[in-house]
Design a protein around this ligand. Sequence first.
Ligand SMILES: [Ca+2]
Length: 318
Amino acid sequence: MKQNEGKLSLKRALFTGTLLTLGLGVLLAGLIACNKNDKDQTTTTTTTKEDVSGPTVTVPGGPYYSPSAVAVSEDGKWLFVGGTTDEKIYKYSTADNSLDSYYDAKAPVNGLTVSGGKLYATVGKLGGKLVVLSSDLKEEGSVVLGHTPIDTVVKGNTAYVANRFSCSVSVVDLSSMKETKEIAVSREPMALELVGDKVYAACHLPEDNGVAETISTRISVIDTAKNEVTGSIALCNGAANVKDIIASPDGKTLYVSHSIARYTYPTTQLDAGWVYTNGVSVIDVAKEKESYAFLLDELEYGAGNPWGMAISENGNTL
Ligand SMILES: [Ca+2]
């Protein structure tokens, strides 16, 4: 009992990190209802829903949307929302939450990235695609890539796309919309971040042997001059289920959201972080090394699995 109390007070000290709440879930809840009444399940025609914040939004599609990706236009006027189940991308006005238009991707939407006035959508599973859309959701080009393309960064005329289940990053020449190279990275790249001449691919699962001294996921570092992996950053022991990576505005720090498995503990209790806690790893970009990780959980809750991150322009709030 005494030992338990010691552990708990240590945890209490550790749980002082700011709880990361992106707030997008709340926003999305206001914009899109995730499901409708059962009686509507065969309806494919346009339906009207009441938005909780007031205005009525009209959305097409089936009974489930499963919003899975969001992006905001560079001028802040438009919100793009992609659905996994209804396979569409919606464009909403941020001024009054009204639906402006939508694009039928005809495949699950895995990720959305805004860059240079264009919307880059990663869609589909095996043989998924990168689709480039204008800001008014007109398709300008697409290219078939690996298994479950999920995230994109754009550098000049080149797009880098993480193919989650191919364990690779595709290099796409945007003028010809051709894949020029597929770069093997660590296990299940989930999210990409571009800092200077490097693309950082944050990978979902560890690649280590199950009896290795430490087991953690990796950030694969791609040098965009060579389009080769030139580094691999290990996260803290037990780090897994990586979902997102984001750079500080000055490019000196990377933040990675993930859970931390207490895999060396016997599973005698589930709560209070005995099996999993949720954390953010902080990476020193210049050293290509993790500086520290901080935890996100409330002491009595856990296993929420943190997902997307955003950072304020001054870099002070994550
Ligand atoms: Ca990203």
